[in-house]
Design a protein around this ligand. Structure first.
Ligand code: ADE
Length: 237
């Protein structure tokens, strides 16, 4: 049984999209995961295949109807389907690598992609959806967020990534940003590679990389850095 993603969307042609190439694409062809996109409009019941309506209370935009969203979810998840149901929305909890690891280690995901202003709150609650955001900016729909979430999960599936260690050392796995990388030529446009990387001293290379990771995290992501300090002080207390 492979890891299975079902995506509920008004634009099923967007899937697997970019996930059909490279690492994820090969894994898809190898049967290491499945990607099934379902058209929400197929669950509309009226002549015009209406999926949205104006918001109660007034305001701009349209809201996805709860009955249509619920029928689509019922169509995607048979009774007993243990996969988490995730609604991609800028109102959601920020996606992080811990969440990705958790999703990747399960049976798969059912992803609801909203367009318009969003989905009626009642179906979010009735279905116990996990609301997840990709970041503090607004996309025109959940589809690109769903693709990003799936990419992050699929690369962690067993046998998908090449070298096992590349999953461990990378940015965010240890709560730090990754150190910078260099390759040949050793000098390019007058810029030399940091000499320690050419020294052959593995311990010094490791020390330098750790220092670079810490400096980048402190400077660029004080939020991550401060969390690290708190977690670290708890561990040594
Ligand atoms: N849909 C629109 N914007 C989004 C975001 N930032 N994250 C997840 N889903 C979204």
């Amino acid at each position: 049984m492979s890891w299975r993603a079902t995506i509920l969307t008004l634009f099923p042609e967007m899937f697997p999209g970019p996930l059909d190439v490279s690492l994820a694409g090969r894994a898809l062809r190898d049967g290491k995961w499945r990607c099934d996109a379902m058209d929400i409009r197929g669950f509309a019941t009226d002549r015009h295949r209406t999926v949205d309506d104006t918001p109660f209370g007034g305001g701009a935009g349209m809201v996805m109807r709860p009955d249509v969203a619920d029928a689509a979810i019922a169509g995607a998840m048979p009774e007993g389907d243990a996969r988490p149901l995730v609604y991609l929305t800028p109102r959601g909890r920020l996606l992080d690598q811990a969440m990705v690891r958790d999703f990747a280690s399960g049976p798969g995901l059912v992803l609801l992609c909203g367009r318009y202003e969003g989905v009626d709150q009642r179906v979010i609650e009735a279905r116990g959806m996990r609301e997840v955001s990709l970041g503090d900016y607004v996309l025109s729909g959940g589809e690109i967020a769903a693709l990003a979430l799936l990419d992050a999960c699929v690369r962690l599936l067993p046998g998908v990534m090449g070298a096992a260690e590349s999953a461990v050392e990378e940015s965010h796995s240890a709560g730090l940003l990754e150190y910078p990388h260099y390759t040949r030529p050793a000098e390019w446009q007058g810029r030399a590679v940091p000499p320690v990387l050419l020294s052959g001293h593995h311990a010094e290379v490791a020390r330098w990389r750790r220092a670079q990771s810490e400096a980048a995290t402190r400077e660029r992501r004080p939020d991550l850095w401060n969390r690290m300090q708190v977690v670290g002080s708890r561990a040594t207390a």
